[in-house]
Write a protein of this length. Structure first.
Length: 167
């Protein structure tokens, strides 16, 4: 296939790939409270993750981001969701959501924010990134053998997020 056959068409979605990872250990979830100086979601709680770098798969990106943000290497992540995020312009975001069991190990600090193990029952009381209260229960209910969820997020003219999922 030639490069011209792969050329972007402005009438179609173009995506920046990103990864989001939720790590669990028994009844706890590892979250990062984003540093106040971070440009994306400052002061909010989120899973670990970030951009996919050139030359790596989304799984490799998820493993790298976890290692960079926590010091943990996770070999056994599973894909829970793929979410297209329409931000009102091209490119949008395509978020690949993974889950895994965290090994015992010492967490290493990161410039991204402070890591915290949080009981599942207390997560909803935190100042979470806006999609997490809806997305997280779906991810935590999944098993490694489950097919991934397919999601679509879109912001309206007032900046309000709407989300939908299909299985």
């Amino acid at each position: 296939m030639t490069d011209s056959a792969q050329s972007p068409d402005s009438a179609r979605y173009q995506f920046i790939p990103r990864v989001l990872v939720f790590l669990t250990q028994e009844d706890q979830l590892l979250l990062i409270k984003r540093a106040a100086d971070r440009p994306l979601f400052p002061g909010k709680y989120n899973g670990l993750g970030g951009h996919v770098e050139r030359g790596e798969s989304v799984l490799e990106a998820a493993q790298r981001e976890v290692l960079e943000e926590s010091g943990l290497f996770i070999s056994d992540l599973w894909l829970c969701a793929v979410v297209a995020i329409d931000i009102g312009e091209n490119p949008g975001i395509q978020m690949h959501v993974f889950r895994g069991d965290a090994p015992l190990g010492e967490l290493k600090p990161s410039i991204e924010g402070a890591l915290e193990w949080v009981d599942f029952a207390k997560v909803q009381n935190l100042d979470l990134v806006e999609d997490i209260p809806t997305l997280l229960p779906k991810v935590l209910a999944m098993q490694p053998s489950d097919a991934p969820l397919w999601g679509f997020y879109q912001y309206d003219a007032d900046g309000e997020l709407s989300m939908r999922f299909t299985e």
